[in-house]
Design a protein around this ligand. Structure first.
Ligand code: ASP
Length: 619
C-alpha cells in the first residue's frame, strides 16, 4: 500500500506514530511560513502541517499542491496545541507533521468545489460524476447504500435465503412497461429483453425447490421518466415457497425495522406497521400510498350532504356518487387566495369544484350557529347539517372542512391531492418520521378505457382470492388479489403478491386479460409447463432499493443515491450513452436504421457534434 494509515482514522492515541498517508488535497492554507493541508481519503480528513524549518523539501511540494492534487505524505502524528483542537472533526485532536511530501498526480481546477456543499447544476454534476461523488454528502450516500445492502444480506442470510443471480438477457417480461431490447447476432431477427424484474425466474426457482430466494436485482423499464424513476433501477427481489401474505409482511417488516435501527436510528418509527386494505386506504386517504405522518382523514358525508338544500351535493348522491371531505385543523383562517388554489387542485383532479366550510371560534362544535360558519354555499345549509358534516370529519371550531362530490375515483383523487397540498403548506409531515404502512388486497384487474381490456393491477402472476375465482368470467373488476405494497411517507417502496401456482387458474387469468390459450402458450408456455411439475404455493415481493436508501438519507431524488444515474431523457452525460454504433455493428446484429433515425443522426451531427448533444439532455 502507498499508505500506512487512513486519514480519517487518526486519533490522539496515535500521537508519536510515524505514518504514511495518501489522498487528495481538500484545502490548503498558507500561514506565512507554516503550511496547512487538509488531506482527504475515503475515511475522512486530517490536517497536515508543513514546517519549513523541519522539512524544507516538503514545503516546495506543498506550495505546488492545489485543491484535489493527489499527495503522499510521510510524517509524525502530533497532538494539536490547546486552543487549536477542532471538536467538529473526528481527527481534530491531532495533526500530521510532514517530513516528506510527494505529488502523485496533479489536478485541474475542478468545475465545482469538492470541499463545500455548494449548489451545482445537475448537468455538470452528472457530466463530472466522479467529482460529484468525491463530495461528502454524495460519498456518504453511497456508503449508506452499501450498509443497507449489507444489512439485507445479513438479515436474509440468517433466515436461510439463497442469493441467486438471474439472467439479464431473457424473454420479455410482462411487468407493464416497455422493454429494453437487445438484438441477437446469432439468431437473426430475434431479440432478448432486459428484465423489467426477475419475476418469472424467481417463480421458476420456487418450482426448482429453492424455497427462499433473494437477489439485489437490476431492473430495466423503458418508461417516460419522473424524478423517482430511472431506466435502470435496483430492487431487493425475493420469493418464498409455502407462504401466506402474513409471512412476507412479517419478514419485510422485520427487515425494515432492523434497517431503521442500524442505518437510521434518528428516525421515529411507529410500530407495529399499520395494515390497511386497499379499500380502506382509498376510503380514508383517497390513495393507495397514503402519507400517515399526518391525519387529515377523509370521511363519508353523503347521507348528511344529501339532506341539505345544496343541489350539487344532492345530485351527486342521487347519481350514485358520494360527498367526502376532511377537516383542516385550525384552517378556518385559510385566505381566499389559498382556497382558490385548492379549488384549482380539486378541478385538476377531475372534480367539479371544492366546497369549504369554516367554523369560527374555538372549542367543540356545540352551539355553532350559521353566524359562526363561513362558506360560499352557506345559504343552502342550516347549522344542524353543517355541524353534523363537521362532526363526521372530527372538526372543532377554528377548523375548515374541505368537501368534494362525485364518483369515488374523482373524490379520492381530489382529496388525495388536497391532503398532500395542505400537509405541505402547513408542514404537517415530520421529516424525522418514517411512517410505514402495508396496503393489501388490491383489486386484481382494472379496466383500460383505451385498449378496452382488463389489465392486471399488480401483474398477471398474482393470485386472486380463491372465493373470487368465479368472478373471473362474470365480474373481473370485483376480483381481489393477494397482493400487498409497503408504503412510507407517501411513497410506494415495494410490492408483491402470492402467486398463481396452478396451470388452470393461470390460464383463466390470462383469458380475463384477453390472452387466449394459443398466445398464452407462445408467451408463457414455460411457466404453464413448470406449474404442471409440482409447483409449490409461493409468493414474494420486490422492494425498491433506491427509494429505500433515499428515505434513510433524506434525499428527495433517487439520483442522489445512485452512483451513475441517467437524466430524464435516459442519457448518461458522463459517457455519452446512448450513442450511434457503426454500420458494421448494425449489420452484425442484422439491423438497419429507419429513415427517422438516420435523419436525427444527420441533424445531430450537423448541428452540434455528438458531445454537445449529450449536454442538451433534459435532466
Ligand atoms: N416483480 C414485481 C415487481 O417488480 C414484484 C413482485 O411481485 O415480487 O413489481
Amino acid at each position: 500500500m502507498l499508505k500506512s494509515h487512513r486519514c480519517g482514522e487518526l486519533r490522539d492515541t496515535d500521537v508519536g506514530e510515524r505514518v504514511t498517508l495518501a489522498g487528495w488535497v481538500h484545502r490548503r492554507r498558507d500561514h506565512g511560513g507554516l503550511m496547512f493541508l487538509d488531506l482527504r481519503d475515503s475515511s475522512g480528513l486530517v490536517q497536515v502541517v508543513v514546517n519549513p524549518e523541519r522539512a524544507p523539501e516538503a514545503v516546495a511540494a506543498a506550495g505546488e499542491a492545489r485543491a484535489e492534487y493527489v499527495l503522499q505524505v510521510r510524517g509524525e502524528v502530533v497532538a494539536r496545541r490547546p486552543g487549536t483542537v477542532n471538536e467538529d472533526l473526528p481527527t481534530g485532536a491531532v495533526e500530521v507533521a510532514a517530513s516528506e511530501l510527494l505529488v502523485l498526480n496533479p489536478s485541474e481546477t475542478p468545475p465545482f468545489p469538492i470541499n463545500q456543499e455548494t449548489a451545482v447544476d445537475e448537468e455538470t454534476r452528472l457530466r463530472y460524476r466522479y467529482l460529484d461523488l468525491r463530495r461528502e454528502r454524495m460519498a456518504s450516500n453511497l456508503w449508506l447504500r452499501h450498509r443497507v445492502t449489507q444489512q439485507i444480506r445479513d438479515h436474509l442470510g440468517a433466515r436461510d435465503f439463497i442469493e441467486v443471480e438471474t439472467p439479464l438477457l431473457g424473454l420479455s417480461t410482462p411487468e407493464g412497461s416497455r422493454d429494453y431490447l437487445v438484438p441477437s447476432r446469432v439468431h437473426a431477427g430475434h431479440f432478448y429483453a432486459l428484465p423489467q424484474s426477475p419475476q418469472q425466474w424467481k417463480q421458476l426457482l420456487m418450482v426448482a425447490g429453492m424455497e427462499r430466494y433473494f437477489q439485489i436485482a437490476r431492473c430495466y423499464r423503458d418508461e417516460d421518466l419522473r424524478t423517482d424513476r430511472q431506466p435502470e433501477f435496483t430492487q431487493l427481489d425475493l420469493e418464498m415457497a409455502f407462504v401466506e401474505p402474513e409471512d412476507i409482511l412479517d419478514l419485510i417488516e422485520g427487515l425494515y425495522v432492523q434497517l431503521a435501527a442500524a442505518i437510521g436510528p434518528q428516525f421515529a418509527l411507529s410500530l407495529p406497521v399499520p395494515r390497511l386494505t386497499y379499500a380502506e386506504a382509498m376510503e380514508r386517504y383517497g390513495s393507495d400510498k397514503p402519507d400517515l405522518r399526518y391525519g387529515l382523514e377523509i370521511a363519508d358525508l353523503s347521507s348528511v350532504a344529501a339532506s341539505s338544500e345544496f343541489q350539487v351535493f344532492r345530485d351527486a348522491v342521487a347519481g350514485g356518487g358520494r360527498v367526502r371531505g376532511f377537516a383542516v385543523p385550525e384552517g378556518a383562517g385559510i385566505p381566499r387566495r389559498e382556497a382558490d388554489r385548492m379549488t384549482e387542485l380539486a378541478r385538476e383532479a377531475g372534480a367539479q369544484g371544492l366546497v369549504t366550510f369554516a367554523f369560527d371560534g374555538e372549542g367543540p362544535l356545540d352551539g355553532v350557529t350559521m353566524d359562526d360558519v363561513r362558506s360560499p354555499v352557506a345559504r343552502y345549509f342550516d347549522a344542524e347539517t353543517v355541524v353534523e358534516l363537521g362532526r363526521r370529519c372530527g372538526a372543532a371550531r377554528g377548523d375548515m372542512l374541505l368537501t368534494v362530490a362525485g364518483e369515488d375515483g374523482v373524490t379520492s383523487r381530489a382529496l388525495d391531492a388536497l391532503r398532500r397540498h395542505v400537509a405541505e403548506q402547513r408542514e404537517l409531515a415530520d421529516p424525522g418520521t418514517l411512517a410505514f404502512a402495508w396496503v393489501t388486497e388490491f383489486p386484481a384487474f382494472e379496466w383500460d378505457d383505451q385498449t378496452e381490456k382488463w389489465d392486471a393491477v399488480h401483474h398477471l402472476f398474482t393470485a386472486p382470492f380463491e372465493e373470487d375465482l368465479p368472478l373471473l368470467e362474470s365480474d373481473p373488476g370485483k376480483v381481489r388479489s393477494h397482493s400487498y405494497d409497503l408504503v412510507c411517507n407517501g411513497y410506494e417502496i415495494g410490492g408483491g403478491s402470492i402467486r398463481i401456482h396452478r396451470r388452470d387458474v393461470q390460464l383463466r387469468v390470462l383469458r380475463t386479460l384477453g390472452i387466449d390459450e394459443a398466445e398464452a402458450q407462445a408467451r408463457f408456455g414455460h411457466m404453464l409447463e413448470a406449474f404442471t411439475f409440482g409447483a409449490p404455493p409461493h409468493g414474494g415481493i420486490a422492494m425498491g432499493l433506491d427509494r429505500t436508501v433515499a428515505l434513510f438519507t433524506g434525499a428527495r431524488d433517487i439520483r442522489d443515491v445512485i452512483a451513475f444515474p441517467k437524466t430524464k431523457s435516459a442519457a448518461d452525460l458522463l459517457t455519452g450513452a446512448p450513442a450511434p454504433v457503426s454500420d458494421q455493428q448494425l449489420a452484425q446484429v442484422h439491423l438497419a436504421l429507419g429513415a427517422s433515425a438516420e435523419q436525427t443522426l444527420t441533424r445531430e451531427g450537423e448541428e452540434a457534434g455528438d458531445a454537445e448533444v449529450a449536454g442538451d439532455a433534459e435532466i
